[in-house]
Ligand binder design. Structure first.
Ligand code: PMP
Length: 406
């Protein structure tokens, strides 16, 4: 495993292959990051040597599995600076984490006249769970607008804050446009109205050091596979006092202390929210991803990606016919664009034929697309393993696409 960002590409087995006869250029990290060998090996080693169910066993393998699983919780606690390991709830991803909060925190307290506040920038995972809970309770979903650069209008957002709002749910970084929201400032403002804040950190965690106490929010949700860990893993961080008061989200094994037909006593945090056999292998892999990120250093990763992002934007601007979508001042690692009137899916296919992987479509953020009068965009997104050569290849591939469509 390398300690140097410039050399870290070799840590990623999937990046050592040719696609369409060319060295793979992977510019789709916002959809899912490739995994370093350290993560793949941690999962494989667990499966080969240590697999058993966690928590309940008295035998050696169960102890080992429990230690590794709970060890990952400790790593995640430290990584996001949570004050207590009880605040780290393992979920299947950001989506489940947000649904958990919508159903367990919001549903019991919402009624007609109450509001949930989100923004136009959100991923469907930070829209639909709130729509569901609004349907269930008679509450109303209200949405703060974004401007032509893809930034949330802070005055408009603040104007929507009132004592009717029972939750503000906002993305840290937009997956469609790359906009970084000024979360700390927004949380401070929400505090003045006693509005709890959930941050969708799916695109925040991979790109910057996240300190949940520093941000001041109440819940922070993220996915393992966006931060170089396995799919099917994620975390809900929540303030202990809030989590304590919330009812379980799902019932089943492990989330109870005692069960009888008359009365069931729920387990303590965090187990109250982890019903059933968890994704043990995945969580252990996620712990290894945290080790990997820490070995490189989140500050260094951010600086590397910022440099690359600026390089990418400059290069894209130099391609005739490119129109950038999402031009906020504060951006992280993602650039959406259109090339002439080429359909993004056609563009994505032509790029794939040149070994360049980008994402095309609505990026699970249809309202963002509607805001720009589009059905979809092409999106290049960066990870810590990318370099300027990757971006040069993207530009060459785009120029080739223009020739094909000329
Ligand atoms: N929010 C954002 C901003 C995302 O980018 C994503 C994944 N594209 C999600 C939520 C949902 O994450 P997952 O599918 O891993 O639950």
């Amino acid at each position: 495993m390398t300690q140097n960002i410039a050399d870290c590409r070799k840590d990623f087995p999937a990046l050592q292959q040719n696609i369409s006869g060319r060295s793979l250029v992977y510019l789709d990290t916002a959809a899912s990051a490739q995994q370093p060998a350290a993560v793949i090996d941690a999962v494989a080693q667990y499966q080969r040597e240590n697999h058993a169910n966690v928590h309940r066993g008295v035998h050696t393998l169960s102890h080992r599995a429990t230690e590794l699983y709970e060890g990952a919780r400790d790593k995640l606690r430290a990584f996001i600076n949570a004050s207590n390991r009880t605040e780290i709830i393992f979920t299947s991803g950001t989506t489940e984490a947000i649904n958990l909060v919508a159903q367990s925190y919001c549903r019991p307290i919402l009624g007609a006249g109450d509001q949930i506040l989100i923004t136009w920038l959100e991923h469907h995972s930070n829209i639909v769970p709130w729509q569901l809970v609004c349907e269930q309770t008679g509450a109303e979903l209200i949405v703060a607008p974004i401007n032509d650069d893809g930034e949330v209008g802070l005055d408009e957002l603040y104007a929507l804050m009132s004592d009717r709002v029972k939750m503000l749910a906002i993305g840290h970084v937009s997956n469609a446009l790359g906009t970084v929201n000024p979360v700390r400032r927004i949380v401070e403002r929400a505090r003045q109205h006693d509005i709890p804040v959930l941050v969708d950190g799916a695109q925040g965690m991979p790109h910057m050091a996240v300190d949940v106490q520093g941000l001041g929010c109440d819940f922070y949700a993220f996915s393992g596979h966006k931060m170089y860990g396995p799919t099917g893993t994620g975390v809900l961080w929540g303030r202990e006092a809030l989590l304590e008061d919330m009812p379980p989200y799902q019932g089943g094994g492990d989330m109870i202390l005692e069960v009888s037909f008359d009365n069931t006593v729920y387990n303590e945090l965090p187990y109250k929210f982890e019903a059933g056999t968890p994704n043990i292998a995945g969580v252990i892999g996620l712990g290894a991803a945290v080790d990997y990120l820490q070995s490189l250093g989140m500050e260094k990763i951010s600086a590397h990606e910022k440099h690359l992002h600026d390089y990418m934007v400059n290069k894209l601007e130099s391609v005739d016919g490119v129109r950038l979508i999402g031009t906020a001042d504060e951006k992280a690692s993602v650039q959406s664009f259109m090339l002439d009137d080429i359909h993004p899916h056609d563009l994505g296919t032509i790029l794939d034929n040149q070994g360049v992987a980008i994402r095309t479509g609505h990026h699970c953020a249809m309202p963002v697309m509607q805001r720009f009068g589009l059905t979809g965009t092409a999106r290049a997104s960066l990870g810590l393993y990318n370099n300027t050569d990757d971006i040069d290849c993207l530009v060459v591939a785009l120029e080739k696409a223009r020739e094909i469509f000329a």
